[in-house]
Every structure is written in C-alpha cells, then in structure tokens.
Design a protein around this ligand. Structure first.
Ligand SMILES: CC(C)(COP(=O)(O)OP(=O)(O)OC[C@H]1O[C@@H](n2cnc3c(N)ncnc32)[C@H](O)[C@@H]1OP(=O)(O)O)[C@@H](O)C(=O)NCCC(=O)NCCS
Length: 151
C-alpha cells in the first residue's frame, strides 16, 4: 500500500499499544508481551516512537540510552503493507536526533543473522557490523551486532 497522506513520527500514546502489538505479531516470531511494551513505554516515553499516517500507526521503534552515551535500538518494525517508503528511515533518523540532543556518541543494535533485509537497511543508514553474538535469541540463532558512530 502506498502512503498517500503525510507520515508523522511521534511519541507513542498508551492507546497506540494495541496497534504496535499487532505490527509486532506480523513482523516477529518472538514479539514482546504487552506487559513489557507497557513497561518500556513507562521507562522510556521519549524513546518509544510510532509512525502515524492519518491516525493509523504503521510502524514503531523503541530506543533507550545506556551508560549515558550509548543509544540502543531495541526494536523497529514497519507494517509489511507500508515498507520501502522510507518510514523505517524516518523512525531511525528521529531517534538519532533525540539521542544526539542527549549526548549519545554511539548507537547499537542487534539483528538476527538470518534477517538480511534488516542488515541491509541498517547498512544503508551507515551502521557497521561489530561482530556475531552466538545464541543471542531464545531459539538459538546468532545476532549480528551493529553500530553507528555519531561523533
Ligand atoms: C527493517 C524495516 C524496519 C525497514 O523498514 P522500511 O520502512 O521498509 O525501510 P526504508 O523504506 O526506510 O528502507 C531504506 C533503505 O534500506 C534498504 N532496505 C530496506 N529494507 C530492505 C530489504 N528488505 N532488503 C534490502 N534492502 C532494504 C533499501 O536500501 C531502502 O532504500 P530503497 O527502498 O530506496 O532501496 C522493515 O523491513 C521491517 O519492519 N522489517 C521487519 C522487522 C525487522 O526485521 N526489524 C528489524 C529487527 S533487527
């Protein structure tokens, strides 16, 4: 589906959680439970972002700051019907601006080794591979750790 209306990136409101849950179920085999999403929102209200088209949530990102200067992207997903319209790029750009304002020097994330599409997406945005983390996921799959230097 092609987005005809403007895309807004904004902070999540509690009433968006159902839509985020539904996107998660379409995108991941190990979605976060609602209780964890609620907790993350409570702890990081300005790092839990959604992409909104005319009041419909079509993507989300959860970014947190660790040790004062490391930004960690815990999750990002765009509804399959809205992919390849640079919505993922807008979500990442928005969190990077927020991270920079708070003095973050480096942004880290992990992607499943088999998730080549996500790795290409991150590489397009300038992330570099830091290495492989064996057995990172519950099903035993490795993660590819990636990093973007903001300095
Ligand atoms: C990864 C994801 C968030 C990207 O969102 P998106 O809105 O489709 O990405 P964008 O449109 O901003 O893509 C920007 C660029 O990244 C690259 N890219 C994005 N998805 C890609 C894919 N599946 N394969 C190859 N390159 C890809 C392209 O270069 C693209 O630019 P182009 O469309 O002009 O060629 C989305 O595919 C998704 O939700 N995937 C499922 C969940 C997931 O894997 N999350 C990451 C977990 S680590």
């Amino acid at each position: 589906m092609v987005a005809q209306q403007a895309i807004t990136i904004r902070e999540l409101k509690p009433e968006d959680l159902k839509a985020v849950l539904s996107i998660q179920y379409k995108c991941f085999k190990d979605p976060y439970p609602l209780s964890l999403l609620k907790r993350l929102h409570l702890m990081h209200p300005d790092g839990f972002l959604v992409a909104d088209i005319g009041g419909i949530v079509v993507g989300y990102l959860i970014g947190v700051i660790r040790w004062t200067n490391i930004g960690h992207i815990l999750a990002i997903a765009v509804d399959p019907a809205f992919r390849r319209q640079h919505i993922g790029t807008m979500l990442i750009s928005n969190i990077i601006d927020r991270f920079r304002e708070k003095g973050v020097k480096v942004v880290r994330l992990e992607a499943r080794k088999s998730n080549i599409g996500a790795q290409l997406f991150y590489k397009k945005l300038g992330f570099l591979e830091r290495g492989e983390m064996p057995y990172y996921y519950e099903d035993g799959e490795s993660a590819i750790a990636m990093e973007l230097n903001l300095e």
